[in-house]
Design a protein around this ligand. Structure first.
Ligand code: GAR
Length: 216
C-alpha cells in the first residue's frame, strides 16, 4: 500500500503544515522543498496560536495561513473538524505536524488516512509526550535522537518513517541538546516528506507497523 504517493502530473504535491511556535522546522521545509525541484508545495500553514513565529515565516514566504485557537471552539472535535475542512479546501495531500503541540483527534485522522506525520525530538518509543528533551536529560540517557512517524490514535505511537540518533554530551544543557536535535530535525523532516511525496514509502503487508522505504 502506498502512503500518500505523489500525483503523476505536473501539479506539485501539496502539504499542510501545522505549527505552534517558532517554526524552525517549517522554515527548513520552506528552504529545502517549497517550490523546489522535488515538485512540492506548502499549500497551507495552520496554527493553534496567533503568535506563532511559524505564521510569520509562512507569510514571508507567501504561503497561506490559518489560525484555529482552541479557545474559539467548545470542543476539540469541533476544532479539529474545522481545521480539517480548511486543509481539505486547500487540497492538501499530506499533513505535517512540525512542532504542533496539540494531539489531533481520531476524527481528524479519519479525514487524512495515512496522511498525517509528526516530528518528535526523541528516539521513540523512548520519551514520548510533551517534554521529551527534558525527560531524556533527567533520565540520564546518553543517546537520544529524532523520529519522524505516522500519527495514529495514540500519543507518539504511530509507525516510524525515519529516525536518527544524537549523542548526549556530559556537559549538555537542555538548550545545547535542543540545538543539536534541531540540526538533525531540519534534515530528517524534509527527507521524510520528499520520500512520501515521491511515493517511496509504503507499509509491510504482514506487519503494517513496519514502514518500508523504497531504495533511492
Ligand atoms: C521540534 O523540536 C519538534 O520536534 C518538537 O517541537 C519542536 C518545534 O520546533 N515537537 C514536539 O515536541 C512534539 N511532541 P520548531 O517550532 O522550531 O520547528
Amino acid at each position: 500500500m502506498n502512503a500518500a504517493a505523489a500525483d503523476t502530473g505536473e501539479r506539485p504535491f501539496r502539504l499542510g503544515v501545522l505549527v505552534s511556535g517558532s517554526g524552525s522546522n517549517l522554515q527548513s521545509i520552506i528552504d529545502k522543498l517549497h517550490h523546489s525541484s522535488a515538485n512540492i508545495e506548502i499549500a497551507l500553514v495552520v496554527s493553534d496560536n496567533h503568535k506563532a513565529q511559524g505564521l510569520t515565516r509562512a507569510a514571508e514566504a507567501g504561503i497561506s495561513t490559518a489560525v484555529f485557537p482552541m479557545i474559539d471552539f467548545e470542543e476539540r472535535l469541533e476544532h479539529d473538524l474545522a481545521m480539517a475542512a480548511e486543509l481539505e479546501r486547500h487540497e492538501v495531500e499530506l499533513v505535517v505536524l512540525a512542532g504542533y503541540m496539540m494531539l489531533v483527534t481520531p476524527a481528524f485522522l479519519d479525514r487524512f488516512p495515512y496522511k498525517v506525520i509528526n516530528l518528535h525530538p526523541s528516539l521513540l518509543p523512548a520519551f514520548p509526550g510533551g517534554s521529551p528533551i527534558e525527560d531524556t536529560m533527567d533520565y540520564g540517557a546518553r543517546v537520544t535522537g529524532v523520529t519522524v512517524h505516522y500519527v495514529d490514535e495514540g500519543a507518539d505511537t504511530g509507525p516510524i518513517i525515519l529516525q536518527e540518533a544524537v549523542e548526549i554530551k556530559y556537559n549538555d544543557t537542555v538548550q545545547s541538546l535542543r540545538e543539536r536535535i534541531h540540526e538533525v530535525e531540519h534534515r530528517l523532516l524534509p527527507r521524510a516528506i520528499e520520500l512520501i511525496a515521491g511515493g517511496r514509502v509504503s507499509f509491510d503487508e504482514e506487519n503494517p507497523r513496519r514502514v518500508v522505504l523504497e531504495d533511492t
